[in-house]
Design a protein around this ligand. Structure first.
Ligand code: TF8
Length: 335
């Protein structure tokens, strides 16, 4: 038995050593679609990821990015991945809750206090647990990138307290948790795909939307809005999703390179987006928008009022999932 094992190992080793290093990489054109524009830090992330892939695959693995929803919105592109007709998408988790209800955990208002907490949760065991649920739906999440903390913009009036949300027509993502969060604050919330937001704001079909500063900047929402409030009401991650049927057809070396390089891209994207956040805010101010921050008391009031959303959606997200993230956060906060 022992002899047999040794022989097998020797043969395996000889075959492995004889093959030229790059033979495990085939020429692949990987289409990555995005709803945001190329000057968003996701563009920097994809560049860094490509440099890493060039290195590992000798130029065989090529990413081709499509911007501004050119291959369809987040949800549409994700469906194309599941059916194996498109390779990859960088999408918010929020529009995918119809497919994977437990992803709604990331939409709970005021879940993360800062990006350090978000990184620790996403890059740790909790992130892995969510990745398994994505895999069951035909989606391989290569890494969690950053979309960021979301803030409210509108064209009507300054929002300084929760009563000011009253009657504002706010576009929310196609997601019940966001819908409830804003309705609960008195707003008139309307779910809408990202690609329709600019023109809906421009034609005053809606008054308001909520996204991180960097998106309000790079998608030019500031051109059609007058007021911003730093609400930081939710942190939504980006998922770098790969089609599982396509991923499964790749060699183990190709798969490993994609996973490793998506993490290299993630680190670059997070670095750039965090630097840009303040600059985007300055740009928005310079464009003439009135920027408001909430007082500590008001922030606490809004937060408190929003906690009903946790209870309301706990069963549908999965009590185990909500409890797991809260336990993780407790640990991270040293409580
Ligand atoms: C939203 C999201 C989007 C992103 C983007 C399309 O508001 O935050 O901005 O998913 O990639 O719909």
């Amino acid at each position: 038995m022992r002899k047999l094992l040794l022989t097998t190992t020797a043969i395996a080793f000889a075959v492995g050593a004889a093959a030229p290093a790059m033979a495990e990489f085939n020429s692949r054109n990987i289409r990555v679609s995005n709803g945001i524009n190329q000057d968003h830090p996701v563009g920097n992330g994809i560049k860094a990821m490509q440099a890493c892939l060039d290195d590992k695959s000798g130029g065989k693995l090529k990413l081709t990015a499509f911007w501004g929803g050119a291959l369809g919105g987040d949800l549409q592109a994700t469906q194309a991945l599941r059916s194996g007709v498109q390779e990859a998408v960088v999408t918010s988790s929020s529009p995918l809750v119809g497919l994977i209800p437990s992803l709604g955990v990331f939409d709970l208002p005021f879940l993360f206090a800062n990006s350090k907490e978000a990184d620790a949760v996403m890059d740790g065991a909790f992130g892995d647990m969510m990745n398994k649920k994505l895999e069951e739906q035909g989606l391989v999440n290569l890494a969690y990138w950053e979309n960021g903390f979301r803030n409210l913009s509108n064209s009507k009036h300054a929002v300084n307290k929760w009563e000011d949300f009253s009657g504002l027509k706010v576009r929310v993502m196609q997601n019940n948790i966001f819908l409830d969060t804003f309705q609960n604050l008195g707003a008139n919330a309307t779910p809408m795909a990202f690609g329709e937001v600019f023109s809906a704001l421009e034609t005053n079909a809606i008054d308001a939307q909520e996204n991180p500063y960097v998106t309000i900047d790079t998608s030019k929402f500031y051109e059609v809005q007058k007021y911003i409030t730093e609400t930081n009401h939710a942190y939504t991650p980006f998922l770098f999703l790969f089609s599982k049927p396509i991923f499964d057809s790749y060699t183990p070396e190709e798969q490993a390179a994609l996973r490793e390089c998506a993490v290299v891209g993630r680190d670059e994207e997070r670095k750039v987006i965090r630097e840009l956040n303040q600059k985007s805010l300055e740009k928005i101010k310079a464009a003439g928008l009135e920027v408001n921050t909430l007082s500590a008391e008001e922030q606490a009031r809004i937060r408190e009022k929003s906690m009903v959303v946790y209870e309301k959606h706990k069963a549908e997200i999965g009590a185990d999932v909500v409890d797991a993230v809260l336990a993780d956060l407790k640990k991270i906060r040293g409580q």
